[in-house]
Design a protein. Structure first.
Length: 801
């Protein structure tokens, strides 16, 4: 309440001031002989006339830009205070007055002057000091004054010489003779000059410096050192023509300082400088805990001459600077650099101790600060995280429409290539229905339901009940359907594979009666996978175990896919790619026959042979052996071999991960799966739009941001696969939600070195995770590096039988 009353009071007094101000302007404050407006004062009436400059209220004087005074018989001088408050004065005219002297500080506050007319007054001398505060680039009108031909006025001649069209200005010499100003040459009248030696010195902190300022000029100039603000102790030893400055015990505070020696006499002034370059060891004046501005910033202030080199350590390891973590200097001053270690969206990984070490040739300094950017995410192993993260709308440009249009393109290309085999009718069907049948995933309901361990589609089988014998296989008993091979599950999988389609591809056909289903291995959205026995498939063996994929519904377009996939698979034959034996299309349950890999998918295998194995153990696995490093290398090397082959076929995998590799006997590892990953390992995928599922944790930035999949992006994924192997099958970035992962990867973070991982292998991973695709290691290089690493530590396979 008090304050509002105060406000009312202020408002009222303000009104009062305004009214009185107006009254003054036309009454008391504005002299009778003058006219005052907001910006102008004009005093041209000689009666009653003025004796001094008008004084208005402070505010009013500040707004005056022009003063015009004329015809004043009682105005004799301009004192220090006459114009002090007219700080915005631009034009000044004082003419036809008795003005005889102008104080040398009269214009001290009038730095905006741009026009000075002093014609027709009684000035005999005028000092250069009157105008020293600002540059007189404007014309100075002095004619009509009885100027003396004396040294003090010599500066006027020098100034006039600078002006191209100088008016005829005259002076009167001591004999009363009027002379042209231009001919003025008073005796012993020379503008001073000055020199400081040395001009600059480089000295260690604590050292001493002696400098001489020598002047010439006439009359003998006054020599002045400007030593304001100087920290170093000094002594001055003056004499007539020079002044010796001695600095003892140089202070680093004075580094970069320019000490001015100025000399002046009545003719003019001049100055010279001594520059101090003081060498001293670096120091960290300040290192503060991180603060959040636009980005996170760990502020620091360092000093040192020469400028120190800065190096950061995080948790005692050297911090490699990059786009999102880098040192930024905001302000360079002579002595201190103020800056930040800038972190763009740091995560909990970046928490910890930050040590700054500064170093130059004279010494070093260091300081440490703790940083806690965000708390580590709460991690509950049993809780799938996609429920919340999939629904988060704040996503980078993961546009489903792109994903839908691309496979279409593939289908057209592939469809054309497939014409030779399947005919024109088929092509029409492909174009018509291809798009709809693209995705094998129908929804979360298709997750395997009968398995106690859902992560193991191939290894575990619940019981013997669903093991049909061949005799039981009537039309109803046989599960209808056809399979999509896993790779086709990825809609963009075969984009680069045009060259693979050989028109002479011969897909092997297997007779139905040769296949005996034994038991179900798993179920994906597409259909089911069985373990089966296949007769007469390979020479010298009556029957072998095979894995059989079936397709739930066999629409026309589904059949088209089936043939296309079979062709592609037939062309992909390599010792580290799961073997495709052929198809069975005799009757409606369309079937694909694959090699049976005893130990199931590699991810599950890794987990069950790691430190957490006990958690996974069930009755069937009483003996669990932890994988050795050399066995890990052996696994990695085989996958790399498969990838070398795929790359040679211009085949881009797009979903390389341990879950999509299979393990057979004797630690044989092959690339390939049965397309169930997206159902079984759904948390490994980021669901975009209705259908597309992206394995973002395995994807490089360009794939996440632009959906660009290349051999190089496969190399990135291979790096992640290495990481999976050396963590016994941990999910990459398991601590982070999908959105956090996207952020991390696009910002250039990479996975940390697993505890058990040798440096050489982690270097290899880092080589796969170069941000620029062309910077990444070549797949062949990776293979040969893994090969030589594996050679260095031979594998004893027997352990794992
Ligand atoms: C002076 O000028 C400023 C703006 O230039 C204005 O706000 C202020 O009111 C003026 N003062 C007077 C007393 O007119
Ligand atoms: C004018 O300059 C003097 C120093 O000579 C200073 O004290 C004063 O505040 C200045 N006046 C104004 C109005 O700025
Ligand atoms: C100030 O002087 C300049 C130079 O003569 C002139 O151009 C300008 O119009 C003058 N300003 C005022 C407000 O009189
Ligand atoms: C001009 O100033 C001189 C002193 O410098 C004085 O003697 C003389 O009377 C003044 N002239 C006029 C017209 O005021
Ligand atoms: C003063 O004059 C010099 C030379 O005429 C010019 O370079 C400088 O910019 C001027 N400074 C100011 C403050 O007007
Ligand atoms: C100071 O001296 C160094 C050589 O010692 C020279 O390179 C530098 O230009 C000098 N600086 C100035 C302002 O004269
Ligand atoms: C980092 O190193 C310093 C010594 O250089 C040691 O005192 C400190 O405990 C280390 N901190 C960590 C987290 O290793
Ligand atoms: C550094 O240490 C902090 C805690 O001391 C930890 O939270 C953080 O993850 C560590 N970061 C790295 C990269 O080691
Ligand atoms: C982890 O999540 C599961 C399922 O939400 C819950 O039952 C369990 O208590 C959680 N564990 C911990 C340690 O909070």
């Amino acid at each position: 309440m008090d304050s509002s009353a105060g406000e009312h009071g202020m408002a009222r007094s303000g009104l009062f001031l305004l009214l009185t101000g107006l009254m003054w302007r036309f009454g008391g404050a504005c002299p009778e002989s003058c006219t005052c407006t907001i910006s102008r004062i004009v005093c041209i009436d000689s009666e009653p006339g003025i004796e001094d400059f008008p004084v208005l209220t402070l505010d009013d004087m500040e707004n005056i830009t022009e003063i015009h005074i004329a015809n004043q018989n009682r105005l004799f001088d301009l004192s220090d205070s006459s114009l002090r408050h007219y700080i915005n004065l631009r034009n000044l005219t004082v003419t036809r007055t008795r003005l005889t002297s102008i104080s040398s500080d009269a214009f001290f506050n009038n730095t905006r002057l741009q026009y000075v007319n002093l014609r027709d007054n009684n000035l005999s001398t005028l000092s250069w000091r009157t105008f020293q505060n600002f540059n007189i680039t404007f014309p100075l009108l002095l004619s009509g004054n009885p100027l003396d031909c004396v040294c003090e006025n010599l500066w006027i001649k020098l100034k006039l010489q600078e002006e191209a069209d100088s008016p005829d200005l005259t002076c009167t010499d001591d004999r009363g003779v009027t002379r042209d100003f231009a001919t003025l040459t008073p005796p012993d009248c020379v503008v001073p000059t000055v020199e400081v030696t040395p001009k600059n010195v480089t000295e260690m902190e604590g050292g001493n410096v002696k400098a001489v300022c020598s002047a010439s000029g006439s009359p003998a100039p006054v020599i002045l050192w400007n030593l304001d603000m100087l920290s170093t102790h000094y002594e001055i030893d003056p004499s007539d023509t020079e002044s010796i400055l001695t600095l003892t015990g140089l202070s680093s505070d004075d580094n970069g300082r320019k000490i001015v020696c100025s000399v002046e006499n009545m003719v003019g002034q001049s100055e010279a400088t001594l520059e101090l370059n003081i060498l001293f060891p670096p120091a960290i004046l300040q290192l503060l805990p991180p603060e959040r501005n636009h980005h996170w910033c760990i502020p620091f202030t360092v000093t040192g001459n020469p400028k120190p080199e800065l190096r950061w350590y995080h948790n005692n390891t050297t911090l490699e600077e990059q786009d999102f973590i880098r040192t930024i200097i905001h302000e360079y001053t002579e002595n201190e650099d103020h800056g930040c270690l800038q972190l763009v969206n740091p995560t909990h990984i970046h928490n910890g101790k930050y040590r700054l070490v500064v170093k130059n040739e004279f010494g070093q300094d260091e300081k440490t600060v703790s940083a806690q950017f965000i708390d580590p995410p709460y991690f509950n192993t049993t809780e799938p995280e996609f429920g919340y993260s999939f629904s988060d709308p704040s996503l980078p440009p993961l546009d489903d429409s792109v994903a839908v249009s691309d496979p279409n393109l593939v289908y057209v290309v592939v469809g054309i290539a497939g014409v030779a085999l399947t005919g024109c009718v088929l092509m029409v069907i492909i174009l018509k229905y291809g798009r709809n049948s693209k995705f094998g995933i129908k929804g979360s309901s298709s997750v395997i339901s009968n398995d106690d361990d859902s992560a193991s589609p191939l290894h575990h089988v619940s019981n013997g009940n669903n093991t049909p014998s061949s005799s039981e296989m009537g039309p109803d008993a046989v599960i209808i359907g056809m399979t999509k091979i896993p790779v086709i599950e990825n809609p963009q999988y075969f984009r680069n594979s045009g060259s693979m389609l050989k028109s002479d591809t011969f897909v092997k056909h297997i007779k139905r009666h040769n296949i005996v289903l034994k038991r179900e291995l798993g179920e994906g959205a597409f259909g089911k996978v069985f373990l089966a026995e296949c007769y007469n498939l390979v020479p010298h063996q009556e029957k072998i175990h095979v894995a059989v994929k079936t397709l739930k519904e066999a629409s026309e377009s589904g059949r088209a896919d089936f043939y296309r996939e079979a062709e592609l698979l037939t062309n992909l034959q390599h010792e580290h790619i799961v073997t495709f034996y052929g198809v069975c299309v005799e009757s409606d349950p369309l079937i694909m026959v694959f090699e049976y890999m005893k130990h199931g998918d590699l991810n599950k295998f890794l987990r069950s042979h790691g430190p957490d194995a006990v958690l996974m153990a069930d009755g069937q696995h009483s003996i669990l052996v932890e994988l050795t490093q050399s066995q890990m290398l052996h696994i990695a090397q085989q996958i790399a071999a498969g990838m070398v082959y795929l790359a040679s076929q211009h085949f881009v995998h797009r979903d390389l991960a341990t879950r999509n590799c299979l393990v057979g006997e004797n630690l044989l590892v092959k690339i390939g799966d049965f397309g169930m990953s997206r159902d079984v390992y759904s948390t490994d995928y980021y669901k975009v739009g209705g259908h597309t599922m992206l394995p973002i944790r395995w994807m490089p930035p360009e794939s996440i941001m632009y959906r660009r999949f290349t051999t190089e992006s496969d190399v990135w994924s291979l790096g992640v696969v290495l990481w999976e192997i050396f963590t016994y099958g941990k999910q990459p970035w398991y601590q982070l939600s999908n959105n956090e992962v996207i952020e991390c990867i696009t910002q250039g973070r990479v996975l940390q070195r697993p505890r058990t991982c040798p440096k050489e292998v982690y270097d290899l991973m880092l080589g796969c995770w170069q941000r620029e695709p062309y910077m990444r290691l070549n797949i062949k290089e990776i293979y040969s590096m893994l090969q030589s690493l594996a050679k260095a530590s031979p594998v004893y396979l027997d352990i794992l039988g």
